[in-house]
Design a protein around this ligand. Structure first.
Ligand SMILES: NC(=O)c1ccc[n+]([C@@H]2O[C@H](COP(=O)([O-])OP(=O)(O)OC[C@H]3O[C@@H](n4cnc5c(N)ncnc54)[C@H](OP(=O)(O)O)[C@@H]3O)[C@@H](O)[C@H]2O)c1
Length: 296
């Protein structure tokens, strides 16, 4: 059944893919910070840091479901602007969750694998998160807010999401690699961080399924391949026929990131498979899909 769906962060990587998947099926209300239009329609500009205005804004939109992707999404940006990360990731999320609880709306909220400490792979939804960074901490706090405010919620935790859409707010990892290699520049990439890269189109499929599903709780989303970030970059170079000699493996220590990152990050996704039949795309297929999206 068609629903009124408010999508925050609709100009972002996941937002763009969710908008594409839901367009024509549901009554989409697209929101962003700056208000840039996307192919699925114009986006309503709204600054979610203005917590005091969120309830009135939601009252004017009356969604049945809020898909909340907007956030301070970079761990380093959260270090640089800690108050902004708290306002957007925690306070705004809590206010949206409380509104959903009051109005009987469903909430699909985005958290992250950075709530875990990188000491192992294969995390399930039932294990205790211990974030290493302020970004991870704000996201974990947001999870608590959502869980405490309303029963009718889903908290999705994806890992290293990648994909392609026009005019994205920021580059994601394969796009960064492509930019550098096409410009003939070298790139230093961590070889000691391991991830399960997740194709953004698969995340959108999960959201689509969960809109009408009764599932409530945390759900892990991750692609099937567990690789080092460096070898992911090598796969990007190979897939796009670019010079992999420009890629230089380095350690996390050498990169001197502002925020600490989990070294190892991998999920058990059997819950998503059993609840919604989620079957994620492998890296090579995801990269091929990105190529197709580039010529759209
Ligand atoms: N991408 C990943 O690898 C990944 C991994 C794990 C979890 N996640 C989570 O998934 C969600 C979506 O991530 P993403 O990568 O798709 O995000 P993204 O590409 O960085 O896009 C962020 C979105 O948030 C909006 N936004 C930023 N500040 C805002 C503000 N003050 N008020 C209202 N909107 C604001 C931006 O709007 P403008 O374009 O107008 O600035 C943009 O639409 C986030 O919660 C993130 O933490 C992402």
């Amino acid at each position: 059944m068609s629903k009124r769906v408010l999508l925050t962060g609709s100009t972002g990587l996941i937002g763009r893919h969710v908008a594409r998947a839901l367009h024509g099926k549901h009554q989409l209300i697209l929101a962003s910070h700056a208000g840039h239009p996307i192919p699925e329609g114009r986006t309503l500009p709204f600054d979610l840091r203005e917590a005091g205005k969120i309830t009135t804004w939601l009252d004017s939109l009356t969604p049945d479901v809020v898909v909340h992707t907007a956030a301070v999404t970079s761990a380093d940006a959260a270090v640089q602007s800690p108050e902004e990360a708290e306002l957007l990731n925690v306070t705004a999320t809590r206010t949206i969750a409380e509104w959903c609880a009051m109005r009987g709306a469903r909430m699909i909220h985005f958290s992250t694998d950075f709530v875990f400490d990188g000491t192992k792979s294969g995390w399930t939804e039932f294990e205790k998160p211990v974030p290493l960074s302020w970004y991870g901490e704000t996201k974990l706090k947001s999870e608590v807010m959502v869980r405490e405010a309303l029963e009718n919620h889903v908290i999705l935790r994806p890992i290293l999401v990648y994909g392609r859409a026009d005019a994205l707010s920021r580059l994601n990892f394969p796009l960064l690699v492509l930019d550098k290699l096409r410009a003939g520049e070298t790139m230093r990439i961590t070889a000691d961080q391991f991830r399960m890269p997740t194709y953004a189109g698969d995340v959108a499929v999960a959201v689509d399924q969960l809109l009408e599903h009764s599932f409530s709780g945390v759900m892990h989303l991750a692609g099937p391949d567990y690789v080092s970030v460096y070898s992911f970059a090598e796969r990007v170079a190979a897939s796009f026929g670019l010079n992999r000699e420009l890629l230089h493996p380095v350690s996390t220590h050498e990169m001197q990131f502002l925020a600490e990152r989990p070294l190892i990050s991998g999920f058990d996704t059997s819950l998503a498979q059993s609840e919604i039949g989620w079957s994620p795309t492998g890296i090579d297929q995801g990269l091929s899909q990105m190529k197709e999206d580039m010529v759209l």
